[in-house]
Every structure is written in C-alpha cells, then in structure tokens.
Design a protein. Sequence first.
Length: 202
Amino acid sequence: MQVLKDDLKKKIISAASEEFRVHGYKESSMRSIAAKAGITAGNIYRYFENKESLLQAIIDPCLKEIEHTIAECTDGKVDMDFDSDEHINGAVLNLNMKLFSRGLVQIGEKYPDAMQFIARDEVYHSKYRVWLTSVLFVYYSQHCTGQSTAYNRIVASIGADTLIDTVICTLKYASQCRENQIDLSGILYRCLNAVIPSEVQI
C-alpha cells in the first residue's frame, strides 16, 4: 500500500513539474495538476497541503545537491549559512571550479525543472546572489591582495551576477552537447574562468 502511495506522490510531483514549466508557478493550479496526475482535485491535498508545499517537494532535492556540491568544492568551508565577517580573516578559501562545474551540470541534468525555476524566480535568484556575493568577497579579499574592500565588494557583486547567468545560460545547451558528445562541464568551466581568475583557482 505504501508503495502505491509513494508512486502516486511521484506522479503528482512529475505532473506539477510539467505544469509549472509550461504555465509558470503563479498560473498553475492544484486542480490542473491533479487532472494531469489522473486524480481528483480533493485527493491531491492528501499528499500536499498546498501549491507551495508541492513546489518545495520539487526544488528541495535540487537545493540540497547544490549545497552539497558547494561544500565539496570548497573543502567543506562554505555552506548556505556562510558569513563573510566570520571567514574574512580565517582559513584561506579555495574553489575547485572543475568540480563545481561538473557538479552543477549533473544537478541540472537530474533536476532540469527545479533548476529552471530557481533561475527564473526572483526570490531564489536574489537569495543565491546575496550569498554568492558574500562568498566571492571573501575569496577575492584573500587571493587578490592589495585591493581595497570597496573594490573587492564590487568585483564580488559583478562576479556573482556573471556566475549565475553563466551557469543558467550554459545549461540551456545540455541537449546539444549530448547530441554532439561534448562535455558541457568543460564548457562551463572555461566560461567561469572569466569570473574566477585562473591564477587563483585550484
């Protein structure tokens, strides 16, 4: 019985992913998602309290893997609670951009709908931009010595915007790369060299 419930829950999540992708989160309804999943509108609430909880079920696994990848490529020094004030004078922060690129491409291929939503949604986009700016500020401050605090903050802000946009843009070419047997993570890594100076990467 539990297996059937789990299968139905996955079916609802799949239907919601398609509905959000085609119509957008705001324009989608629990009724239309239920119909796509082949269940009644009332039955869907036995599995998900509302549309927001359904969205969280779609993006949470993706967010967890992004956080894991970030921790992995910084030797565990960076997580979503990263505080620049606590790390600015701490252990040197290194970023393994090859590992980072490979991880994000794998996540994008595994959770394409979730990645697209995170990229498009202003709340998530702003949250990651602020967080990434903080991380890059520490990174640039430690590796690019001789520059003022204001300079490093500006570079970090530009770097955060550029990195996010580069990742989003690169993932759009996933299918073309697969068709031509091209390593997408290698392309992403080369593009990110414009954001993270190659002389201070690991």
